[in-house]
Write a protein that binds this ligand. Structure first.
Ligand code: NDP
Length: 412
Protein backbone atom coordinates (compact mmCIF):
# COMPACT_ATOMS: atom_id res chain seq x y z
CA UNK A 1 0.00 0.00 0.00
CA UNK A 2 1.31 3.44 -0.83
CA UNK A 3 0.72 7.13 -1.04
CA UNK A 4 0.71 8.82 -4.43
CA UNK A 5 0.84 12.47 -5.44
CA UNK A 6 -0.38 13.34 -8.94
CA UNK A 7 0.87 16.67 -10.33
CA UNK A 8 -1.26 18.24 -13.09
CA UNK A 9 -5.00 18.32 -13.59
CA UNK A 10 -5.39 18.00 -17.36
CA UNK A 11 -6.78 15.17 -19.46
CA UNK A 12 -4.02 12.68 -18.70
CA UNK A 13 -4.03 13.45 -14.96
CA UNK A 14 -7.82 13.02 -14.84
CA UNK A 15 -7.66 9.53 -16.38
CA UNK A 16 -4.72 8.51 -14.18
CA UNK A 17 -6.51 9.78 -11.06
CA UNK A 18 -9.69 7.84 -11.89
CA UNK A 19 -7.69 4.69 -12.49
CA UNK A 20 -5.47 5.10 -9.42
CA UNK A 21 -8.64 5.61 -7.36
CA UNK A 22 -10.00 2.34 -8.75
CA UNK A 23 -6.79 0.51 -7.73
CA UNK A 24 -7.60 0.89 -4.03
CA UNK A 25 -5.79 -2.37 -3.17
CA UNK A 26 -2.49 -0.61 -3.88
CA UNK A 27 -3.00 3.12 -3.35
CA UNK A 28 -4.23 3.95 0.12
CA UNK A 29 -3.85 7.73 -0.14
CA UNK A 30 -4.13 9.97 -3.21
CA UNK A 31 -3.47 13.68 -3.65
CA UNK A 32 -3.88 15.74 -6.84
CA UNK A 33 -1.93 19.02 -6.96
CA UNK A 34 -1.74 21.48 -9.84
CA UNK A 35 -1.42 25.14 -10.73
CA UNK A 36 -5.21 25.63 -10.67
CA UNK A 37 -6.61 23.96 -7.55
CA UNK A 38 -10.23 24.15 -8.76
CA UNK A 39 -9.32 21.70 -11.55
CA UNK A 40 -7.97 19.24 -8.94
CA UNK A 41 -11.18 19.65 -6.93
CA UNK A 42 -13.25 18.95 -10.06
CA UNK A 43 -11.38 15.65 -10.61
CA UNK A 44 -11.84 14.65 -6.95
CA UNK A 45 -15.56 15.47 -7.28
CA UNK A 46 -15.89 13.44 -10.50
CA UNK A 47 -14.31 10.44 -8.76
CA UNK A 48 -16.61 10.89 -5.76
CA UNK A 49 -19.72 11.32 -7.95
CA UNK A 50 -18.85 8.10 -9.78
CA UNK A 51 -18.93 6.36 -6.39
CA UNK A 52 -15.27 5.33 -6.72
CA UNK A 53 -13.72 7.10 -3.72
CA UNK A 54 -14.43 10.16 -1.59
CA UNK A 55 -11.11 10.74 0.18
CA UNK A 56 -8.93 12.33 -2.53
CA UNK A 57 -6.95 15.31 -1.30
CA UNK A 58 -6.09 18.32 -3.46
CA UNK A 59 -3.56 21.15 -3.31
CA UNK A 60 -2.27 24.12 -5.28
CA UNK A 61 1.33 24.08 -6.49
CA UNK A 62 3.36 25.84 -9.15
CA UNK A 63 5.60 23.02 -10.32
CA UNK A 64 8.05 25.48 -11.91
CA UNK A 65 9.01 26.48 -8.36
CA UNK A 66 11.21 23.96 -6.54
CA UNK A 67 10.63 25.49 -3.03
CA UNK A 68 6.84 25.13 -3.45
CA UNK A 69 7.23 21.51 -4.52
CA UNK A 70 9.61 20.76 -1.63
CA UNK A 71 7.15 22.23 0.86
CA UNK A 72 4.29 20.16 -0.55
CA UNK A 73 6.31 16.91 -0.72
CA UNK A 74 7.57 17.38 2.85
CA UNK A 75 4.05 18.00 4.11
CA UNK A 76 2.36 15.13 2.21
CA UNK A 77 5.28 12.64 2.12
CA UNK A 78 4.26 10.66 -0.99
CA UNK A 79 5.95 7.37 -1.88
CA UNK A 80 5.63 8.26 -5.55
CA UNK A 81 5.17 11.54 -7.40
CA UNK A 82 3.44 11.14 -10.77
CA UNK A 83 4.34 14.10 -12.97
CA UNK A 84 1.38 14.51 -15.31
CA UNK A 85 1.83 18.26 -15.79
CA UNK A 86 3.92 19.34 -18.78
CA UNK A 87 7.41 18.33 -19.96
CA UNK A 88 8.67 21.78 -18.86
CA UNK A 89 8.28 20.71 -15.22
CA UNK A 90 10.23 17.43 -15.39
CA UNK A 91 13.49 18.76 -13.97
CA UNK A 92 12.03 20.90 -11.19
CA UNK A 93 9.91 17.96 -10.00
CA UNK A 94 12.87 15.54 -10.19
CA UNK A 95 14.97 18.01 -8.22
CA UNK A 96 12.26 18.37 -5.54
CA UNK A 97 11.97 14.55 -5.34
CA UNK A 98 15.69 14.31 -4.64
CA UNK A 99 15.52 17.01 -1.98
CA UNK A 100 12.64 15.28 -0.17
CA UNK A 101 13.34 11.56 -0.73
CA UNK A 102 10.41 10.84 -3.10
CA UNK A 103 10.31 8.51 -6.10
CA UNK A 104 9.36 9.95 -9.50
CA UNK A 105 7.46 9.06 -12.66
CA UNK A 106 6.46 10.93 -15.84
CA UNK A 107 5.04 10.41 -19.35
CA UNK A 108 7.08 12.84 -21.48
CA UNK A 109 10.73 13.82 -21.54
CA UNK A 110 12.04 17.25 -20.59
CA UNK A 111 11.71 20.11 -23.01
CA UNK A 112 12.91 23.67 -22.34
CA UNK A 113 10.17 26.29 -22.79
CA UNK A 114 12.23 28.48 -25.11
CA UNK A 115 13.45 25.72 -27.45
CA UNK A 116 11.23 23.15 -29.25
CA UNK A 117 13.64 20.34 -28.63
CA UNK A 118 13.31 17.24 -26.49
CA UNK A 119 15.84 14.59 -25.55
CA UNK A 120 16.59 12.38 -22.56
CA UNK A 121 20.07 13.72 -21.76
CA UNK A 122 18.75 16.30 -19.29
CA UNK A 123 16.93 13.64 -17.27
CA UNK A 124 19.56 10.92 -17.66
CA UNK A 125 22.00 13.40 -16.05
CA UNK A 126 20.13 12.72 -12.77
CA UNK A 127 21.00 8.99 -12.78
CA UNK A 128 23.82 9.10 -10.27
CA UNK A 129 21.94 11.33 -7.84
CA UNK A 130 18.85 9.09 -7.85
CA UNK A 131 21.06 5.97 -7.48
CA UNK A 132 22.97 7.47 -4.55
CA UNK A 133 19.73 8.54 -2.87
CA UNK A 134 18.26 5.03 -3.34
CA UNK A 135 15.34 6.56 -5.24
CA UNK A 136 13.67 5.39 -8.42
CA UNK A 137 12.69 7.60 -11.38
CA UNK A 138 10.53 5.96 -14.07
CA UNK A 139 10.62 7.90 -17.35
CA UNK A 140 8.04 7.88 -20.13
CA UNK A 141 5.18 5.77 -18.74
CA UNK A 142 2.35 6.82 -21.07
CA UNK A 143 1.47 5.05 -24.32
CA UNK A 144 4.16 6.38 -26.63
CA UNK A 145 6.56 6.56 -24.90
CA UNK A 146 5.44 3.93 -22.45
CA UNK A 147 3.41 1.01 -23.76
CA UNK A 148 5.27 1.07 -27.10
CA UNK A 149 8.58 0.72 -25.19
CA UNK A 150 7.09 -2.11 -23.07
CA UNK A 151 5.76 -3.84 -26.22
CA UNK A 152 9.33 -3.74 -27.54
CA UNK A 153 10.73 -5.15 -24.28
CA UNK A 154 8.08 -7.89 -24.35
CA UNK A 155 8.92 -8.77 -27.98
CA UNK A 156 12.64 -8.91 -27.12
CA UNK A 157 11.97 -11.11 -24.09
CA UNK A 158 9.58 -13.61 -25.69
CA UNK A 159 9.72 -13.50 -29.48
CA UNK A 160 13.16 -12.46 -30.72
CA UNK A 161 16.83 -13.21 -30.09
CA UNK A 162 17.62 -10.00 -31.95
CA UNK A 163 15.32 -7.16 -32.96
CA UNK A 164 16.52 -5.62 -36.23
CA UNK A 165 13.76 -3.31 -37.44
CA UNK A 166 11.31 -1.43 -35.23
CA UNK A 167 8.45 0.73 -36.50
CA UNK A 168 6.13 2.31 -33.96
CA UNK A 169 2.81 3.14 -35.59
CA UNK A 170 0.36 5.56 -33.98
CA UNK A 171 -3.04 6.00 -35.59
CA UNK A 172 -5.86 8.15 -34.30
CA UNK A 173 -8.85 7.27 -36.45
CA UNK A 174 -11.22 9.18 -34.21
CA UNK A 175 -13.34 12.19 -35.11
CA UNK A 176 -14.03 14.96 -32.57
CA UNK A 177 -16.17 16.90 -35.09
CA UNK A 178 -14.20 20.15 -34.61
CA UNK A 179 -12.52 21.93 -37.52
CA UNK A 180 -9.15 21.86 -35.74
CA UNK A 181 -8.16 20.62 -32.28
CA UNK A 182 -5.22 18.77 -30.77
CA UNK A 183 -5.70 15.64 -28.67
CA UNK A 184 -3.37 16.67 -25.90
CA UNK A 185 -1.86 19.94 -24.77
CA UNK A 186 -1.90 22.03 -28.01
CA UNK A 187 1.37 23.80 -27.26
CA UNK A 188 3.31 20.57 -26.67
CA UNK A 189 1.56 18.81 -29.57
CA UNK A 190 2.21 21.54 -32.17
CA UNK A 191 5.83 21.91 -31.05
CA UNK A 192 6.29 18.14 -31.49
CA UNK A 193 4.84 17.77 -34.95
CA UNK A 194 6.26 20.89 -36.57
CA UNK A 195 9.82 19.73 -35.77
CA UNK A 196 12.02 18.05 -38.35
CA UNK A 197 11.55 14.28 -38.65
CA UNK A 198 14.28 12.00 -37.32
CA UNK A 199 14.90 8.27 -37.43
CA UNK A 200 17.69 5.89 -36.52
CA UNK A 201 19.53 3.74 -39.04
CA UNK A 202 22.80 1.79 -38.76
CA UNK A 203 24.08 3.67 -35.73
CA UNK A 204 23.18 7.16 -36.99
CA UNK A 205 20.23 9.52 -36.81
CA UNK A 206 18.85 10.74 -40.12
CA UNK A 207 16.98 14.03 -40.23
CA UNK A 208 14.10 14.77 -42.61
CA UNK A 209 12.01 17.84 -43.31
CA UNK A 210 8.79 17.94 -41.22
CA UNK A 211 6.29 15.39 -42.63
CA UNK A 212 8.63 14.68 -45.58
CA UNK A 213 8.37 10.88 -45.40
CA UNK A 214 4.91 9.34 -45.44
CA UNK A 215 3.27 6.09 -46.39
CA UNK A 216 -0.19 4.54 -46.36
CA UNK A 217 -0.41 1.90 -43.63
CA UNK A 218 -3.32 -0.37 -42.77
CA UNK A 219 -4.42 -0.34 -39.15
CA UNK A 220 -6.48 -3.18 -37.61
CA UNK A 221 -10.21 -2.43 -37.51
CA UNK A 222 -9.48 1.00 -39.02
CA UNK A 223 -8.12 0.49 -42.55
CA UNK A 224 -5.64 2.52 -44.57
CA UNK A 225 -4.35 5.82 -43.15
CA UNK A 226 -1.60 8.13 -44.35
CA UNK A 227 1.20 7.87 -41.77
CA UNK A 228 4.00 10.41 -41.37
CA UNK A 229 7.50 9.83 -40.03
CA UNK A 230 8.10 11.94 -36.90
CA UNK A 231 10.85 12.23 -34.34
CA UNK A 232 9.62 10.57 -31.14
CA UNK A 233 11.40 10.26 -27.83
CA UNK A 234 11.20 6.51 -27.17
CA UNK A 235 13.45 5.79 -30.18
CA UNK A 236 16.33 7.43 -28.29
CA UNK A 237 16.32 5.01 -25.36
CA UNK A 238 15.17 1.90 -27.27
CA UNK A 239 18.13 1.89 -29.68
CA UNK A 240 20.47 2.08 -26.68
CA UNK A 241 18.69 -0.61 -24.67
CA UNK A 242 18.33 -2.91 -27.74
CA UNK A 243 21.62 -2.43 -29.59
CA UNK A 244 20.76 -5.07 -32.24
CA UNK A 245 18.25 -2.60 -33.71
CA UNK A 246 19.40 -1.55 -37.17
CA UNK A 247 16.58 0.86 -37.86
CA UNK A 248 13.93 2.45 -35.65
CA UNK A 249 11.20 4.81 -36.84
CA UNK A 250 8.01 6.38 -35.54
CA UNK A 251 4.90 7.01 -37.65
CA UNK A 252 1.77 8.99 -36.84
CA UNK A 253 -1.41 9.43 -38.89
CA UNK A 254 -2.79 12.84 -39.79
CA UNK A 255 -5.82 13.77 -41.88
CA UNK A 256 -5.44 16.21 -44.78
CA UNK A 257 -7.60 18.85 -43.07
CA UNK A 258 -5.42 18.76 -39.95
CA UNK A 259 -2.27 19.20 -42.04
CA UNK A 260 -3.79 22.11 -43.96
CA UNK A 261 -4.63 23.90 -40.71
CA UNK A 262 -1.16 23.19 -39.38
CA UNK A 263 0.38 24.64 -42.53
CA UNK A 264 -1.66 27.82 -42.13
CA UNK A 265 -0.78 28.09 -38.43
CA UNK A 266 2.91 27.88 -39.31
CA UNK A 267 2.71 30.23 -42.29
CA UNK A 268 0.97 32.98 -40.34
CA UNK A 269 3.46 32.73 -37.48
CA UNK A 270 1.10 31.32 -34.85
CA UNK A 271 3.40 28.38 -34.04
CA UNK A 272 6.23 30.75 -33.00
CA UNK A 273 7.57 30.18 -29.48
CA UNK A 274 9.52 33.45 -29.18
CA UNK A 275 7.98 36.56 -27.63
CA UNK A 276 6.33 39.22 -29.78
CA UNK A 277 5.18 42.63 -28.60
CA UNK A 278 1.53 43.42 -28.81
CA UNK A 279 -0.75 46.34 -27.94
CA UNK A 280 -3.33 45.15 -25.42
CA UNK A 281 -6.03 47.02 -23.47
CA UNK A 282 -4.92 47.90 -19.94
CA UNK A 283 -6.65 45.95 -17.18
CA UNK A 284 -7.99 49.20 -15.64
CA UNK A 285 -9.54 50.29 -18.96
CA UNK A 286 -7.41 53.46 -19.24
CA UNK A 287 -6.03 52.85 -22.71
CA UNK A 288 -3.52 50.49 -24.25
CA UNK A 289 -0.18 49.08 -23.13
CA UNK A 290 2.62 47.12 -24.78
CA UNK A 291 2.72 43.50 -23.64
CA UNK A 292 4.70 40.47 -24.74
CA UNK A 293 3.00 37.29 -25.88
CA UNK A 294 4.21 33.96 -27.22
CA UNK A 295 2.02 33.24 -30.30
CA UNK A 296 1.79 29.48 -29.69
CA UNK A 297 0.70 30.04 -26.08
CA UNK A 298 -1.92 32.50 -27.30
CA UNK A 299 -3.12 29.96 -29.88
CA UNK A 300 -3.46 27.36 -27.11
CA UNK A 301 -5.78 29.75 -25.24
CA UNK A 302 -8.19 29.99 -28.20
CA UNK A 303 -8.12 26.37 -29.44
CA UNK A 304 -10.57 23.79 -28.06
CA UNK A 305 -9.46 22.33 -24.75
CA UNK A 306 -8.46 18.66 -25.37
CA UNK A 307 -10.35 17.74 -22.19
CA UNK A 308 -13.61 18.95 -23.73
CA UNK A 309 -13.37 16.80 -26.86
CA UNK A 310 -14.53 13.56 -25.26
CA UNK A 311 -18.30 13.84 -25.45
CA UNK A 312 -18.63 13.88 -29.24
CA UNK A 313 -15.49 11.91 -30.06
CA UNK A 314 -16.15 8.71 -32.00
CA UNK A 315 -13.84 6.18 -33.62
CA UNK A 316 -10.73 4.66 -32.11
CA UNK A 317 -6.97 4.86 -31.77
CA UNK A 318 -4.68 2.04 -32.88
CA UNK A 319 -1.11 2.15 -31.62
CA UNK A 320 1.46 -0.59 -31.86
CA UNK A 321 4.91 -1.86 -32.74
CA UNK A 322 5.80 -3.58 -35.99
CA UNK A 323 8.98 -5.55 -35.47
CA UNK A 324 11.26 -7.68 -37.67
CA UNK A 325 14.12 -9.72 -36.27
CA UNK A 326 15.66 -13.12 -35.70
CA UNK A 327 14.53 -16.04 -33.52
CA UNK A 328 16.48 -19.32 -33.58
CA UNK A 329 18.31 -18.20 -36.72
CA UNK A 330 15.13 -17.45 -38.69
CA UNK A 331 13.61 -14.13 -39.62
CA UNK A 332 10.17 -13.36 -38.13
CA UNK A 333 7.78 -10.44 -38.02
CA UNK A 334 5.57 -9.42 -35.11
CA UNK A 335 2.88 -6.78 -34.72
CA UNK A 336 1.57 -5.98 -31.22
CA UNK A 337 -1.07 -3.28 -30.79
CA UNK A 338 -4.02 -1.88 -28.87
CA UNK A 339 -7.16 -0.29 -30.25
CA UNK A 340 -8.92 2.11 -27.89
CA UNK A 341 -12.42 3.50 -28.41
CA UNK A 342 -12.83 7.21 -27.66
CA UNK A 343 -16.45 6.67 -26.55
CA UNK A 344 -15.58 3.84 -24.14
CA UNK A 345 -12.77 6.00 -22.68
CA UNK A 346 -15.20 8.89 -22.24
CA UNK A 347 -17.83 6.74 -20.58
CA UNK A 348 -15.33 5.45 -18.03
CA UNK A 349 -13.32 8.60 -17.26
CA UNK A 350 -14.99 11.61 -18.91
CA UNK A 351 -11.93 11.99 -21.19
CA UNK A 352 -11.17 11.02 -24.82
CA UNK A 353 -8.97 8.13 -25.97
CA UNK A 354 -5.65 9.96 -26.22
CA UNK A 355 -5.80 11.03 -22.57
CA UNK A 356 -7.01 7.52 -21.69
CA UNK A 357 -4.20 5.69 -23.51
CA UNK A 358 -1.69 7.88 -21.61
CA UNK A 359 -3.30 7.97 -18.15
CA UNK A 360 -3.97 4.23 -17.87
CA UNK A 361 -0.30 3.20 -18.42
CA UNK A 362 0.76 5.89 -15.93
CA UNK A 363 -1.53 4.26 -13.35
CA UNK A 364 -0.23 0.78 -14.17
CA UNK A 365 3.38 1.98 -13.87
CA UNK A 366 2.55 3.46 -10.45
CA UNK A 367 0.95 0.15 -9.50
CA UNK A 368 4.10 -1.70 -10.60
CA UNK A 369 6.15 0.64 -8.44
CA UNK A 370 3.94 0.30 -5.36
CA UNK A 371 4.00 -3.49 -5.63
CA UNK A 372 7.81 -3.40 -5.73
CA UNK A 373 7.85 -5.00 -9.19
CA UNK A 374 9.32 -1.89 -10.80
CA UNK A 375 11.54 -0.27 -8.24
CA UNK A 376 15.29 0.12 -8.52
CA UNK A 377 17.47 3.09 -7.63
CA UNK A 378 18.38 5.32 -10.56
CA UNK A 379 16.66 6.92 -13.56
CA UNK A 380 15.11 4.34 -15.86
CA UNK A 381 13.16 4.21 -19.09
CA UNK A 382 10.25 1.80 -18.84
CA UNK A 383 11.79 -0.89 -21.11
CA UNK A 384 14.43 -1.44 -18.41
CA UNK A 385 11.82 -3.13 -16.18
CA UNK A 386 10.15 -6.55 -16.52
CA UNK A 387 7.40 -6.09 -19.15
CA UNK A 388 5.35 -9.18 -18.16
CA UNK A 389 3.40 -7.91 -15.12
CA UNK A 390 2.72 -4.62 -16.91
CA UNK A 391 1.43 -6.43 -20.04
CA UNK A 392 -0.85 -8.50 -17.83
CA UNK A 393 -2.30 -5.37 -16.22
CA UNK A 394 -2.93 -3.69 -19.60
CA UNK A 395 -5.46 -6.43 -20.33
CA UNK A 396 -7.18 -5.91 -16.97
CA UNK A 397 -7.16 -2.11 -16.84
CA UNK A 398 -8.75 -1.18 -20.15
CA UNK A 399 -6.02 -1.38 -22.80
CA UNK A 400 -6.05 -4.99 -24.06
CA UNK A 401 -3.40 -5.86 -26.62
CA UNK A 402 -3.34 -8.20 -29.60
CA UNK A 403 -0.47 -9.82 -31.43
CA UNK A 404 0.04 -10.98 -34.99
CA UNK A 405 2.94 -13.22 -35.98
CA UNK A 406 4.69 -13.44 -39.35
CA UNK A 407 2.43 -10.94 -41.09
CA UNK A 408 3.28 -8.38 -43.76
CA UNK A 409 4.40 -5.29 -41.82
CA UNK A 410 4.01 -3.06 -44.93
CA UNK A 411 7.34 -1.45 -44.05
CA UNK A 412 10.53 -2.62 -45.82
P1 NDP B 1 -3.02 19.40 -20.23
O1 NDP B 1 -2.55 20.66 -20.83
O2 NDP B 1 -4.44 18.98 -20.39
O3 NDP B 1 -2.72 19.39 -18.66
C1 NDP B 1 -1.53 19.84 -18.13
C2 NDP B 1 -1.78 20.15 -16.67
O4 NDP B 1 -0.53 20.55 -16.09
C3 NDP B 1 -2.76 21.30 -16.45
O5 NDP B 1 -3.66 20.95 -15.45
C4 NDP B 1 -1.85 22.44 -16.04
O6 NDP B 1 -2.40 23.35 -15.13
C5 NDP B 1 -0.76 21.71 -15.32
N1 NDP B 1 0.43 22.55 -15.24
C6 NDP B 1 1.04 23.21 -16.26
N2 NDP B 1 2.05 23.93 -15.78
C7 NDP B 1 2.07 23.73 -14.45
C8 NDP B 1 2.87 24.22 -13.39
N3 NDP B 1 3.89 25.07 -13.62
N4 NDP B 1 2.61 23.80 -12.15
C9 NDP B 1 1.60 22.94 -11.89
N5 NDP B 1 0.81 22.46 -12.84
C10 NDP B 1 1.02 22.83 -14.11
O7 NDP B 1 -2.05 18.25 -20.77
P2 NDP B 1 -2.34 16.68 -20.95
O8 NDP B 1 -3.06 16.17 -19.77
O9 NDP B 1 -2.92 16.48 -22.30
O10 NDP B 1 -0.85 16.10 -20.96
C11 NDP B 1 -0.13 15.90 -19.77
C12 NDP B 1 1.24 15.32 -20.06
O11 NDP B 1 1.11 14.08 -20.74
C13 NDP B 1 2.12 16.20 -20.99
O12 NDP B 1 3.42 16.20 -20.46
C14 NDP B 1 2.09 15.48 -22.31
O13 NDP B 1 3.26 15.72 -23.06
C15 NDP B 1 2.03 14.03 -21.83
N6 NDP B 1 1.51 13.10 -22.84
C16 NDP B 1 2.17 11.91 -23.01
C17 NDP B 1 1.72 10.98 -23.93
C18 NDP B 1 2.36 9.63 -24.01
O14 NDP B 1 1.80 8.73 -24.65
N7 NDP B 1 3.51 9.38 -23.41
C19 NDP B 1 0.58 11.28 -24.82
C20 NDP B 1 -0.13 12.51 -24.49
C21 NDP B 1 0.37 13.39 -23.55
P3 NDP B 1 -3.52 24.44 -15.53
O15 NDP B 1 -4.77 23.61 -15.55
O16 NDP B 1 -3.50 25.43 -14.45
O17 NDP B 1 -3.14 24.97 -16.88
Amino acid sequence: MGKVLIIGAGGVATVAAVKVAKNADVFNEIMIASRTKSKCDAIAKYIKDQGIRDDIQTAQVDADEIPQLVELFNAYKPDLVMNLALPYQDLTIMEACLQTGCNYMDTANYEPKDEAHFEYSWQWAYRERFEKAGLCAILGCGFDPGVTSIYTAYAAKHHFDEIHYLDIVDCNAGNHHKAFATNFNPEINIREITQKGLYYENGKYIETEPMEIHKTLNYPNVGPKESYLLHHEEIESLVINYPTIKRARFWMTFGQQYLTYLDVIQNIGMSRIDEVTYQAPKADGTGMETVKIVPLQFLKAVLPNPQDLGQNYDGETSIGCRIRGIKNGEEHTYYVYNNCSHQAAYEETGMQGVSYTTGVPACIGARMFMLGLWNKPGVHNVEEFDPDPFMEELNKQGLPWHELHDVDLELD
